[in-house]
Design a protein around this ligand. Structure first.
Ligand code: NAP
Length: 242
């Protein structure tokens, strides 16, 4: 069985990526943190797209949970290959730096950056052994240009961009590519409380993007045809930043 693991697959961009991977014929491993109802909806959508899938609940920011849940799954599925890993889970806890608590800083860094480390490390050896793999990291415009009020989030995403480039070079010879997708404003729960009208006016395309538009780019990096592309960061932001 060829599998695609999407962290934070229960909602938003992650859900759209799960559906896209299902359309490409992958058995979809839908990771989520706590929203089981949403994760089950994603699973239904994966089935409706003509494929199979299952839920894997773990906090990507917990080394222990990643190892006990994902590690156990891999141990029990030695014949099944995770070909595609999408490190998508992320949170934002915005605030001005002078008021930012240590917990706000650590939580955002832990989920995006440590989460990338824990999950990728768990899956990497098997990709290297099989000499094939596609790792796609969900970063952000915020990690490229920095956004006021998001020092924690910008730092976390910039960190993942650095890790993407370093790991890409480290494992290029083994047929495993590592790329990142950097969305601008995308309509999901994460952006639900933002002033869409005001912010969309700053976007050359004059609108927020959709999760499906981000999933298209992920599917490209996941494809066999993208085999000579590694260490890249692709912006999907309606022209907001070039
Ligand atoms: P979202 O709608 O808020 O969904 C977040 C997803 O991440 C949910 O599936 C959630 O699971 C999961 N999650 C959160 N913390 C987790 C943890 N510790 N362990 C495992 N899963 C966890 O977010 P989104 O807008 O789709 O964003 C997805 C990714 O794109 C994030 O990395 C985000 O930073 C990035 N991004 C988003 C935008 C945007 O405009 N939306 C722009 C740039 C980058 P539960 O359902 O269980 O809570």
């Amino acid at each position: 069985m060829k599998c695609a693991l999407i962290t934070g697959g229960s909602r938003g961009i992650g859900r759209a990526v799960c559906i896209k991977m299902a359309e490409l014929g992958y058995h979809v491993l839908i990771n989520y943190k706590g929203n089981e109802a949403a994760a089950l909806e994603t699973l239904e959508a994966v089935k409706a797209a003509g494929s199979t899938g299952e839920l894997l609940q773990f906090n990507v920011g917990s080394a222990e949970e990643v190892s006990s849940v994902l590690g156990a799954w891999m141990e029990a599925h030695k014949e099944d290959q995770i070909e595609v890993l999408v490190n998508n889970a992320g949170v934002r806890e915005d605030g001005l730096m002078f008021m930012m608590s240590e917990a706000q800083w650590n939580n955002v860094l832990n989920i995006s950056l440590n989460g990338f480390y824990y999950v990728t490390k768990q899956v990497l050896s098997s990709m290297l052994m099989k000499r094939y793999g596609r790792i796609i990291n969900m970063v952000s415009l915020s990690g490229i240009k920095g956004l006021a009020g998001q020092t924690n989030y910008s730092a976390a995403k910039a960190g993942v961009i650095g890790a993407t480039k370093a790991l890409a070079q480290e494992i290029a010879k083994r047929g495993v590519t590592v790329n990142a997708v950097a969305p601008g404003f995308i309509k999901t729960d994460m952006t639900a409380e933002l002033n869409e009208k005001e912010l969309a006016a700053q976007v050359p395309m004059n609108r927020f993007g959709t999760a499906e538009e981000v999933a298209e780019a992920v599917a490209f990096f996941a494809s066999k045809g993208a085999g000579y592309i590694t260490g890249e960061v692709l912006s999907i932001n309606g022209g907001l930043y070039t």
